[in-house]
Write a protein of this length. Sequence first.
Length: 222
Amino acid sequence: MKCIVTAGPTYEELDEVRRLTNFSTGALGSELANYLAEQGHEVELLRGHYSTCGIVSKAQSVQVFTTGADLGRRLEGLGSSEVGAVFHAAAVSDFTFGKIWRRAAGGQLSEIKSRKISTRRGNMLAELAPAPKILGRLRGWFPKARLVGWKYELEGDRARVIALAERQLEENSTDACVVNGLAYGPGYGLVKGPGLWRHLPDKRDLFEALADLIEQAQRTHL
């Protein structure tokens, strides 16, 4: 089956020399792509420019993305009814930079536009605007694919994270959501609908469960 896996962080530009990113290494998505390739699937890996895991890819094709907008364009360009599964494991930034201001002596704010913002201007205020979500657009680009999103949470408890995953499925017309992070606890959860949750102790179990989603899709289309 033709599969797409996204992995690693996006970044958003403050100016031409400074960027906002996150701590994602790209390891989980890269390892998943390798596992699927080893199972005989045709894998396209989209990996973030700042992925630091150093894993050598076994995917048949690899693209490197930068910003969230760049990742969205690349996914849209791959959009096809022939794609059987999309595993969206990339850590897409929740925010992008809006306007940048400095406060003048009188207290008024003036907007700064510069290719490189100078520190000589003193303290500045940076607006963080919500970044457009990619997950909600996947169904339009890949109408027949199994779509799997991720939900990484640090606050709350396992029940809250599972509830958030169920809401993600409903809002984005996806088929499954992988949950993990401190709020979930050790291991991973695979949520496929209200009350349809399975705990997976480690990455190998997770990869096997995700591969089973593909096998189910293949059996459905036979």
